[in-house]
Design a protein around this ligand. Sequence first.
Ligand code: TYD
Ligand code: MG
Length: 454
Amino acid sequence: MAKIKKAFFCTNCGNESTKWIGRCPGCNEWNTYVEEIISKENSNPNQSTFKDFSVKTKPVKLTEVKQNDISRFYSDDPEFNRVLGGGIVPGSIVLIGGEPGIGKSTLLLQIALSLKDLKILYVSGEESVEQIKMRADRINVKNDSLYLYSETCTQTIFEQVKAIEPNLIIIDSVQTVYSQHILSASGSISQVRECAGEFQRLAKETNIPVILIGHINKEGEIAGPKLLEHIVDTVLQFEGDRNYTHRLLRTIKNRFGSALELGVYEMKSHGLQPVINPSDILLGNRDEALSGVAIASTMEGMRPLMIEVQALVANAVYGNPQRSSIGFDTRRLNMLLAILEKRGGFQLSNKDVFLNLAGGIKVSDPALDLAVLAAIISSYKDEEISNNTAFCAEVGLSGEIRAVSRIEQRIAEAEKLGFDKIFISRYNAKLPKNKFSIKIVEVGKISEIYGDLF
Ligand code: TYD
Ligand code: MG
């Protein structure tokens, strides 16, 4: 009788161990190990399942590698091409992660429908072909070379790949497929790792690009982040608040381009619409100035984004004042409040402070600091800041206003959107004279901004 082999895996990073351990030596997380059945005695998971049409590779000289080996496929969607660093690279393997219902299947079906010159195999382990057809009808684009396939066994999928010989394969999702070489259930760590490995070998040996859709676990990482990140060439993350219509597609890792790219979409009734001017939808209505609101000129990767920061400062009813923020790091908020108290002389220790970035997006750009301070001061004094003023600087622990990267691009975005004044750091590199018509106020300390603000 075949002997069953079991092992323990870390759910965070995929580390393997023969026994249970409390703390993972790979990622130092506690209590992440689970037991899984991995294989029968005589199966070899590294065996190639598509060896019939795999090409035997041998070492080649660098000078002999042909450039046209990397001619990309371009989709109709400029945002998708951008996050991939240009287009889909043949033989590459791309992972797209996101929460359920965010629009991953919609996005990839749209991409598949737009690539009319290519033969595409869209494999779904989650939906029947009829369900996919319904979605395609909603998107309302016709494509004769798109094959839909509802299947979950990787070996069966490879047989169809051999039969159809597609130019691109989409797997929806990597958590629903399983390999016969592994006994554990689909979605388990060993199964996900094995399937991703098999698709990677398929992509490399046949030069057919593979796009994997992955679900995000409760910590917001794709099935243990480090688990698949090193297997695939590109990792994209699809995110957004389901209560809003816009979605962000970020590059987390890219072997064929910059990892700082960002794509913006809006979910409409007929699919996802690329957004060329994201600041427009994030800023919303600017007719009336309100206290506690300040606009920041930030950068997400390589793209400038104007974001509305909203603060509310209120008397604390209970002993311990509350500090909470949505979309902004709470520790950074606490730090900025301490700076305001110590360097600005504001009495905040008996105040509740709430902070919110409008539009439900998360930003970690330090250039947001000055707008956060301005919004808090505005709410504290209950005096509004002109709605044509923007902010863009980092704040240091001693209350100094620090320079940020790509300042010209940030100022240009504020100017383009009709702002007439922007506060920046005095320590930025000298700006070219007469380049901007927007009034630029250079400040060095937080105390310098009050005079000009109200
Ligand atoms: P879906 O692509 O199924 O999400 P995922 O694959 O990430 O789980 O999309 C889910 C949501 O998108 C669903 O709630 C309906 C909405 N949607 C639209 O608003 N417009 C559309 O044209 C389509 C196809 C979906
Ligand atoms: Mg889906």
